[in-house]
Ligand binder design. Structure first.
Ligand SMILES: Cc1cc2nc3c(=O)[nH]c(=O)nc-3n(C[C@H](O)[C@H](O)[C@H](O)COP(=O)(O)OP(=O)(O)OC[C@H]3O[C@@H](n4cnc5c(N)ncnc54)[C@H](O)[C@@H]3O)c2cc1C
Length: 406
């Protein structure tokens, strides 16, 4: 395995770090102020559109996209260090048109979309003109098992009609959100992995209602996480992605890269937390010594550095495997990094919060908000336990090739 940065990764890293220093970090406070002034937690701050323009001018746009036709065509291992840098700030990914769930949705549209779907939805997404949501989870069923997804998607002539409820749909409160990719059941009689399909539903379709916005530990994320009701939502049959019954396969294809992008960003967020921890520990004195000189604090700093380095190596290994043997063959490593990334970041952030004293609990630092998002990532794209099941199964099958669970 060779994890050395390629020349183009080096070039992008230099450009991206400069963009972060010159534009992104100084805009964080402006972004918060503009949101407050708007009086709507989901408004689009003007500064974000300015950042998007600047990122484009600097050639830092759609960095995630693996196809050279649509982006720089970086391999996963080349993109990993860039996602990490963007993960240091909550506003950097959107500025570079690299934020979830759009990245996964753009990849799905690239892989499974028709030329017409590309024109209608993929191009505006790649241009950063619109945003999108991915709607799979439902309040009425345990959605960590995708075969449970129950929303009905029924054929009616040249249309499909959708009925049901979805929740925790990220991005749907963003003012630019225009399109949903919805997973639902087209054929309850088919084998379990052929019952589901994925279909495009424009946000303004009659019968689609956002019923409430769901805060995470009290935080209203700007892009929002919402509950949505579908009452006889009717879309043309041409909105189907792939064929009827492909939903499960599309979900798998979508989640490989998407999952590891989150983990790469978790590593960047952990780096920022460790930086804040060190600066605070060096600047405060108790009982005649700087906090940084206490052996337990030095232990936390060392443990954090070890945690970050180990997780980064696992992320690189996973990205390398995806590039060399493919997403499916790398599925156990994808699960491993999906568990390791947020849990590692949570440990580092918790230490950083503790070192800040009471200040660590309020929004004078980005730490609480960062912690909450990492906590949410232990659910989003599947809870830890489901990924651990994948890892444990492979381990057990080394000893019992027929091992089954669940
Ligand atoms: C902030 C946030 C954003 C999200 N964004 C989206 C989005 O954009 N689109 C979308 O569709 N969904 C989204 N989700 C939903 C997320 O994907 C689901 O919450 C997740 O897949 C789990 O489904 P569930 O909540 O129905 O939990 P359930 O399936 O009810 O599971 C509950 C718990 O049971 C345990 N469990 C489940 N299976 C096993 C097992 N095999 N072994 C051991 N324990 C197990 C786990 O502890 C799990 O947390 C988001 C969630 C959050 C918190």
């Amino acid at each position: 395995m060779d994890f050395a940065f390629t020349p183009r990764t080096e070039t992008y890293r230099t450009k991206l770090n400069l963009f972060m220093d010159e534009c992104v970090y100084p805009s964080e406070v402006i972004y918060e102020h503009q949101l407050e002034e708007a009086g709507d937690p989901h408004a689009q701050p003007v500064v974000m559109e300015e950042l998007k323009k600047e990122a484009r001018t600097r050639g830092l746009w759609n960095l995630f996209h693996p196809h050279p036709q649509w982006g720089p065509g970086l391999a996963n291992l080349e993109y990993a260090p860039l996602a990490e840098i963007m993960g240091r700030s909550p506003i950097a990914s959107e500025a570079c048109n690299c934020s979830a769930p759009d990245t996964g949705n753009m990849e799905v549209l690239t892989m499974f979309g028709t030329p017409e779907q590309h024109d209608l939805w993929l191009r505006p997404l790649l241009e950063g003109e619109i945003r999108s949501s991915y709607a799979m989870t439902e309040p009425d069923v345990a959605s960590s098992d995708a075969t449970n997804v129950a929303m009905r998607v029924e054929r009616d002539g040249d249309y499909y009609v959708l009925n049901g409820r979805k929740w925790w749909i990220s991005g749907a409160a963003h003012p630019l959100c225009k399109i949903f990719i919805v997973m639902g059941k087209t054929d309850p009689g088919a084998p379990p992995h052929r019952q589901q399909s994925q279909i495009l539903v424009p946000m303004d379709t009659r019968g689609l209602t956002v019923t409430r916005s769901l805060p995470t530990f009290g935080y209203q994320d700007q892009e929002g996480h919402v509950e949505v009701r579908f009452d006889n939502v009717r879309v043309p049959a041409t909105n189907m992605l792939g064929d009827e019954g492909d939903g499960f396969a599309i979900a798998q294809a979508r989640l490989g890269p998407g999952r590891i992008h989150h983990c790469m960003r978790s590593i960047g967020a952990a780096e920022r937390a460790l930086e804040l921890l060190c600066k605070r520990a060096l600047s405060r004195t108790t009982f005649g010594k700087r906090v940084a000189e206490r052996s337990n604090i030095m232990d936390w700093i060392a443990e954090s550095r070890i945690d970050i380095e180990m997780t980064r190596l696992l992320a690189f290994k996973t990205a390398w495997l995806m590039d060399t043997i493919g997403n499916k063959a790398a599925s156990v490593e994808i699960s491993a990094i999906k568990v390791a990334g947020p849990n590692m970041a949570l440990r580092v952030m918790d230490r950083a919060i503790q070192v800040h004293g009471a200040m660590g609990m309020c929004d004078d630092t980005p730490l609480p908000r960062m912690w909450v998002w990492q906590r949410a990532l232990r659910f989003a794209d599947g809870p830890d336990e489901v990924h651990k099941m994948t890892i444990a199964r492979r381990e057990l099958r080394r000893h019992d090739p027929d091992f089954r669970a669940g």
